[in-house]
Design a protein around this ligand. Sequence first.
Ligand SMILES: [Cu+2]
Length: 128
Amino acid sequence: MKKVLALIATSMLFLVLAACGGDKEAAPANGTGGDTDVVPEAELVISGSNFQFDKPEYTLKKGVPVKITYKNEEGNHGVMIPALNLQLDSNNDTAVVTPDKTGEFEISCSIMCGSGHSNMISKLIIEE
Ligand SMILES: [Cu+2]
């Protein structure tokens, strides 16, 4: 078992080194799931603390590219919005997305942050 762990650790180190040695311009500073070449027309900041987001609900407009930024106010959290195929945290804190459907969706914490983790749920409303 120890051997397997050592092997995994070694291969992860390799991946990190390979990522650092690569062409830096090929890796934009953008969160998972963002549209890198879209100019945002709106901005939304979501911040997280122990154990909630700063608002119970956030509203976006369908078809309007929005720059979403995640801020950690307290503890170590992240934000996950499956409806937008988006995940942000303090290492990867901003992305531009264009909501393509209306409705109400769930925002949750993407990092296993402790006892209050499962309470970190807010609502995303996407309006026409
Ligand atoms: Cu959490």
